[in-house]
Design a protein around this ligand. Sequence first.
Ligand code: ZN
Length: 361
Amino acid sequence: MARAARQPAADPVLNRGLREIAAMSRAVGHSQEYAQGGGGNSSVKLADGRMLIKASGFRLQEVSSEGRGAVLVDYRAVREFFSRRPPRAPTSEDAATAFVNGQAVNLPGQDCRPSIETGFHSFLGVCVLHTHSVYANALNCAEHGEQTLAKLARNAGWRAIFVRFATPGLRLTEAVRAAAERYSSEHGSPPQVVFLQNHGLIVSGESAGECLRLHAAVNAKLRSFLKVRAGDYPQVRLKPTAGQRFVDGNRFLPRHLEETHAGGSYFLKHVICPDQVVYGLGGLTFTGDPAALVAVDAKKRCAYYSGTAKQAAAAAETLVAVAYVLELQRRAGLRPRLLKAVETKTILGMGSEKYRQRLLK
Ligand SMILES: [Zn+2]
């Protein structure tokens, strides 16, 4: 279990870091097109070797400058742990997670675990912001998306890399580390933008402000390529209804399912990102089955979600984002790159993803 920090009030370095991580997390955390459910994370490296990172199971918008939703880790120790290992060494996912959790020092009043993606944060710049941007994912989750992203990055002058799909945690850390080190040795400086295939976007910089400006610029460029405006995104607006269910006031998902002639296995047949596996395989029904996570009333064009408010919101936001990405791809003539069955199975079996789901209850 993570230990509690001592005397935070007399720690100006920590307090400055907390203000940076909160500013970064809250600025994007309220936008469902960037952060759905507990997805996405942020970190700030302090001058003394500590790193503040979003805690697992919290939403980005919940990270506060008082320390809620954030954990401290020794990032040099995390970096060393992953660097010591030869690539693809047979260390288990659980051993890596246990090591990272063991480096955590909780802030007073908190009992959290660091984000599952702590590993890759340790290898990037001072401030790191990772989102599940739907605009980035329209290309990240498309066949040949890498070439288009490379062209856009070149034109915009971003120091960018593309990282092939790896399951979140140990494998993703290894993949980001290898790609970032290759880039640094070729260009003499680290990458500032990382596109993660079938997953999301990372920006990295010297300050929270630099990360936010870069995140905004990358997404604006992608929106212009995809010919959409920021205000077009179908925001989920859940309202409680009878029997521990919530209804989404936005008609986007039922309309999308109708237009694509989707059946109950739509989200199973179009698995494009890890969070979809975590939240989305609970079942989609058009018949009003109360056991299903999502029930769509085609006549009323309404989508109902079951579970607690937090679970329903995570499921609704994740599935709407997936459907929106598929819709953007359809309009732009892009073919989705689906996750392979073996990748989906690995994600389902991962302990830390289960932990995240449990926290959302
Ligand atoms: Zn992620």
